[in-house]
Design a protein around this ligand. Structure first.
Ligand code: CA
Length: 604
């Protein structure tokens, strides 16, 4: 797991003869990418080819550095560059035949992957010796390799600079790739033929083997080529592997971890599918493939980007969007919870697969994934909290509107003190503490009120009425009024003398009680609320007492009707008897004096 501290430098010079510099280079320590390109082609097309290839390779590697292994990555990057240069050469007549060499190194921990096409070279300086890592792709070199040409003849050959391969001649390039395990103190040299063709080999060796820092070595190498004639563009890069360093876990995750995760993206998707993730209610409107690609795929990408950048922002955003979309359409929490669990279980398969190859890395990824799941849940929790706050806000708003309405109504009520008897505002909740305090003060004031007025006769009944009204006004329900009315009614004769004192006591108590509320020290709104309650309580109590009167009178009325019926029957009975008596008297009179006419009065 340990890498090497890397120092590097590179530079390019037009040389002493050429008008253009058709060489190009990449020195990118962040991605561990170094490359030298040597362009060729008429009408300054050489630098177009070299620069184009440089940009494509650089961008390609930057975009996929974490996702691909160095060897296939370099090969693919160089092929992409070849396709780009070839395409450009085909499109424009004056660029036909343009191309470029490339020698590139990708340093990944201790491993240096070297790839090349053409005759730009890579050397390795180790233990004071300079080793060539690349063989030139020239016709002459290939003849030598086949034994058709003696090595000493090659240097003098007329076609010694004619390349057998380059980048741009064809859409694809045959790339030679090799790997070197770097050791502390190693130096890599990448250069175009402008260096080794003009600077003496011994000078190059001597300079690279010096203890000078890489930038000074590069400067001196170019200087040596210029002194040697400088007949070509000259480019050199020196990469120095220093003392071994133990990379931090985050560094490992950024490079190896992100790559390992990305390489198993399909594994994650397959595991998610096997777990039935596409059957989640959250995916109800999606085809199974779509669902897996969208949910598991986006999750995999988010985790990858978070690994690469050592942040949690991508997973956070993923989970937040998921939760917003689902909860926003009224979705319930459990399916979301299940979906996250399903994703978590799918990651287990990925971690298990990494573990088979690299236990240490698997452990790091496992921790990173666990962190991602926590991040996702925190994000979802945030959305839930957000929604709770919204609902809470709406409730507070609704309550405020209700209170405002109540204030308007009670405001009207304060100006029209007789109105309470026309309204039926039954209290539905216990009074607020400040209102309760006013109610209590009003009760005391009503008790302290001297008996006065024409109906103030029954003082005890008055006091009981005040207390009952106070109870009703302070209570949450409306049933207390009926109970209070029954207690006040007590045992009462249903006549003027029995009922009138009760209504008089209630009337008197109402006036005194309401007056007590008006005199209680409190803000107008609080007093208004208390007035509303006391007036409401009297209204309820009076209504309940009236109901009792009707109830009490009802049986008496029935009796009365019975009496009336009986009286009528008796009257009929009496008149019938009187008729019989009259008849009997007439018969008797006839018997006493038969000459007397019927009905004639006889003196007794
Ligand atoms: Ca050259």
């Amino acid at each position: 797991m340990s890498g090497l501290s890397i120092r590097s430098a590179g530079d390019s010079h037009r040389g002493s003869v050429r008008e253009h510099n058709e060489d190009a280079l990449i020195v990118d320590p962040r991605w561990g990418l170094y490359a030298v390109l040597d362009g060729m082609g008429g009408a300054a097309s050489g630098d177009v080819a070299a620069n184009k290839a440089r940009d494509v390779i650089h961008e390609y590697v930057r975009a996929r550095r974490s996702a691909m292994q160095p060897r296939p990555l370099l090969e693919a990057a160089i092929n992409a560059a070849s396709a780009a240069v070839h395409g450009e050469a085909q499109r424009k007549k004056d660029r036909r035949g343009m191309g470029t060499t490339v020698v590139a190194v990708l340093v990944d921990g201790r491993r240096a992957t070297v790839a090349h096409v053409g005759d730009s070279r890579a050397y390795l300086l180790r233990d004071g010796h300079l080793h060539r890592l690349t063989s030139d792709h020239t016709i002459v070199a290939e003849l030598v390799a086949r034994g058709a040409l003696a090595p000493d003849e090659a240097d003098r050959h007329a076609y010694k600079n004619v390349l057998s391969r380059n980048l741009g001649a064809k859409p694809t390039a045959a790339v030679d790739v090799s790997e070197v395990e770097l050791q502390p103190g190693d130096r890599l040299l990448l250069c175009s033929d402008g260096l080794y063709g003009y600077a003496p080999t011994d000078a190059v060796h001597h300079l690279v083997a010096s203890t000078d820092p890489p930038d000074e070595v590069v400067r001196d190498l170019i200087e040596a080529a210029l002194r040697g004639g400088g007949g070509d563009n000259v480019t050199a890069i020196v990469v120095e592997a220093g003392a071994a360093v133990m990379p931090r876990a985050t560094m490992v995750l950024r490079t190896t971890g992100a790559g390992a995760w990305w390489a198993r993206r399909e594994r994650l998707l397959a595991a998610a599918r096997a777990a039935g993730l596409h059957r989640s209610p959250l995916c109800a409107l999606l085809a199974p493939d779509e669902a897996i690609a969208l949910v598991a795929g986006n999750f995999a990408d988010a985790v990858y980007h978070d690994l690469e950048k050592v942040t949690g922002v991508n997973v956070w955003t993923f989970a937040e969007n998921l939760a917003r979309g689902w909860l926003g359409q009224g979705g319930a929490w459990p399916p979301l919870r299940e979906l996250l669990d399903g994703l978590g279980r799918a990651t287990d398969h990925v971690v298990a697969e990494v573990r088979r190859e690299d236990g240490g890395l698997a452990e790091l990824i496992e921790v990173a994934v666990a962190r991602a799941m926590v991040t996702a849940e925190t994000a979802v929790g945030g959305v839930l909290a957000e929604r709770l706050r919204e609902v809470e806000g709406e409730l507070v708003k609704a309550q405020a509107e209700r209170n405002a309405r109540a204030r308007v109504e009670t405001g009207r009520f304060v100006e029209q003190p007789t109105l309470p008897y026309l309204r039926a505002p039954a209290p539905v909740d216990v009074p607020a503490p400040d209102v309760a305090a006013v109610l209590e003060a009003a009760r005391r004031l009503a008790h302290a009120q001297p008996a006065a007025g024409p109906g103030a006769g029954d003082r005890a009944l008055y006091a009981r009425a005040v207390d009952h009204v106070h109870t009703v006004a302070s209570a949450a329900g409306a049933n207390d009024a009926a109970l209070a009315a029954r207690e006040l009614w007590d045992v009462r004769v249903l006549d003027e003398a029995g009922v009138s004192p009760l209504f008089e006591a209630l009337d008197h108590a109402r006036d005194a009680h309401l007056e007590g509320v008006r005199r209680a020290p409190a803000p107008p709104a609080v007093r208004a609320a208390a007035l509303r309650r006391v007036a409401g309580a009297y209204q309820q109590l009076s209504a309940s007492v009236a109901t009792l009167v009707v109830e009490s009178a009802a049986p008496a009325a029935a009796q009365l009707r019975e009496v009336v019926r009986e009286t009528a029957r008796l009257r009929a009975e009496v008149s019938k008897n009187e008729a019989r008596i009259g008849e009997l008297e007439r018969q008797l009179a006839t018997a006493v004096d038969p000459a007397a006419p019927p009905g004639m009065e006889h003196p007794r």
